[in-house]
Design a protein around this ligand. Structure first.
Ligand SMILES: *[C@@H]1O[C@H](CO)[C@@H](O)[C@H](O)[C@H]1NC(C)=O
Ligand SMILES: *[C@@H]1O[C@H](CO)[C@@H](O)[C@H](O)[C@H]1NC(C)=O
Length: 202
């Protein structure tokens, strides 16, 4: 290889690596309001995580929040009752852009809001979480607005037919248990994502 070949190869190599880091790097071009809103949203997500155990013990007595027994059975049952799994939040990259990330956050928060709406017509004790989720939804919508992200409609939630499956106490308990367990793990994913969105260097 002559010197020029080396230089050209080096050039492409550096170009490729800078392109790869662009999605996270480009966070620094967002207005300060983005970071401020993300900080508030992160706090709300952590509040939801704190509120879940109380909501669970107020509504579910046949399972404990941390029992891992029957998890896959319960998840299968829940899926057949119309409880979808959470949207997947990945690390930001050229394949998972900020736009996709925020759309999935919105889709997830809306999904849990809808599920809790249905469930709270059958059990008492989910009111605080509903308020938290409404606040979080407003903040994620504001993130989208501040960053001027497009409206990605591919992640719209299908309408759940959960209400028609809540026939007996046991089904209700399964539905609440699985919803709160999934919500908790979705909020852990959110917390990780908000961490990235709040700690980039301007
Ligand atoms: C369901 O729960 C309600 C209220 O907790 C109770 O009154 C009722 O007996 C329960 N029904 C069954 C079938 O366990
Ligand atoms: C959320 O993330 C922060 C770091 O940004 C961490 O300190 C905190 O423990 C996380 N909260 C939960 C409930 O995992």
């Amino acid at each position: 290889m002559d010197t020029w070949t080396v230089i050209i190869l080096l050039h492409y190599f550096l170009l490729a690596s800078s392109v790869q880091s662009a999605p996270v790097g480009s966070l620094s071009s967002l207005p300060p309001a983005f970071r401020e809103t993300a900080v508030e949203a992160k706090t709300l997500g952590e509040k939801i995580l704190k509120d879940i155990p109380a909501a669970h013990s107020a509504t579910v007595n046949v399972f404990s929040l941390d029992s891992s027994s029957q998890t896959s059975n319960l998840q299968m049952m829940a899926a057949s009752m119309g409880i979808p799994s959470s949207p997947v939040l990945k690390a930001l990259s050229e394949h998972f852009t900020l736009d996709m990330c925020v759309s999935r956050m919105l889709a997830g928060v809306q999904m849990y809001q809808n599920l809790l709406e249905v469930l709270s017509s059958r059990v008492k004790g989910l009111e605080d979480l509903k308020v938290d989720l409404r606040d979080l939804l407003n903040h994620v919508n504001k993130l989208k607005e501040v960053a001027q992200l497009g409206s990605d409609v591919s992640d719209q939630n299908p309408v759940s037919d959960l209400a028609s499956h809540l026939q007996d106490n046991y089904s209700i308990q399964v539905a609440v248990h699985v919803t709160l367990t999934q919500l908790r793990s979705f909020c852990h994913d959110l917390n990780r994502t908000f961490r990235v969105l709040t700690t980039y260097r301007p």
